[in-house]
Design a protein around this ligand. Structure first.
Ligand code: HEC
Length: 258
């Protein structure tokens, strides 16, 4: 079989994607290139958007949309043929976008990065589908029937779904954007070794217990720790707060295995 050099970029190529005759490369020179597979010719060079290495590229099955991701968590959606991205997404949690894939119908783009969470967006609008993509996250799946359980711990596991994106329950659990909650009861706030807290959580007199965790979601993190990097969220229903606490008491206990 004849072999030939298709794409000579001169820089490490980190990502490749193919749809029909269109080949897309992403390389360390901050550039996305679009090639014609048949002729081996360079169709387009998209070099003015990424400000660091391009690490991942994807192209929709119909060949109409290109996605590129790179260092810094930058993620762009380009309509084929245009020189500027149609949608720019900055995904700080990733620190770098390492992997990208379109759904077969091209309606969504999924991306993964350093924080080990897969996130999704609508290709058309750039709107996040994070709620619907939680099943791709490496966290325990919780059936929505748990919300109606008679057991407060089970109901609390349903409340915890939202937290699981950012908090592990085991010591040294997967690296997420928030500290592991293992052994959190009795722990003074802002003191898990190895985790970099915001100034807001350092030097507070608060010790985590049933009352203070419930209060955190009653009044909201911003009110309890002005300036915290934990996003604002509240559980306005007292029963939901109580369920969450019951679940956490159960799930954050350290065991001998830990
Ligand atoms: C989008 C990410 C995110 C979500 C969702 C989130 N947290 Fe956090 N959480 C953080 C971050 C980041 C911090 C550290 C805050 C700081 O340093 O200012 C934190 C801190 C905390 C702390 C203090 C821990 C300590 O060691 O002092 C507790 C307790 C906590 N979160 C519980 C929860 C619970 C329970 C939920 C769900 C109801 C939740 N968090 C949802 C990111 C998140």
């Amino acid at each position: 079989m004849e072999s030939y050099r298709l794409a000579k970029v001169g820089f490490p190529i980190n990502g490749l994607a193919l749809s029909g005759q269109v080949l897309v490369t992403g390389s360390s020179d901050q550039t996305v290139r679009v090639w014609d597979v048949d002729s081996g010719t360079l169709r387009q060079e998209l070099g003015n958007q990424h400000d660091s290495a391009v690490l991942a590229v994807a192209i929709s099955k119909d060949g109409k949309v290109i996605a590129s991701g790179g260092v810094g968590g930058s993620l762009y959606l380009w309509d084929i043929g245009s020189q500027a991205p149609r949608i720019s997404l900055q995904v700080e949690h990733y620190r770098a976008v390492w992997s990208l894939a379109f759904t077969p119908d091209g309606s969504r783009i999924y991306a993964g990065g350093i924080d080990s969470v897969v996130r999704g967006w609508l290709t058309e609008s750039g709107e996040s589908v994070i709620g619907q993509s939680t099943r791709f996250q490496p966290v325990e799946r919780v059936s929505s029937s748990m919300a109606f359980s008679d057991d407060p711990v089970e109901r609390g596991s349903y409340q915890f779904r939202k937290c699981a994106i950012c908090h592990a329950l085991k010591p040294g659990g997967p690296d997420r954007s928030g500290p592991s909650l293992s052994g959190v009861f009795g722990r003074p706030a802002g003191t898990l070794p190895g985790y970099t807290y915001s100034e807001a959580l350092k030097n507070t007199p608060i010790i985590w217990d049933e009352e203070t965790i419930a209060r955190l979601f009653d009044i909201g993190p911003n009110k309890m720790f002005p300036g915290t990097k934990m996003p604002e969220q509240r559980l306005t229903n007292p029963r939901d707060r109580q369920d969450l606490v019951e679940f956490l008491k159960h799930a954050t206990q350290k065991t001998d295995a830990d």
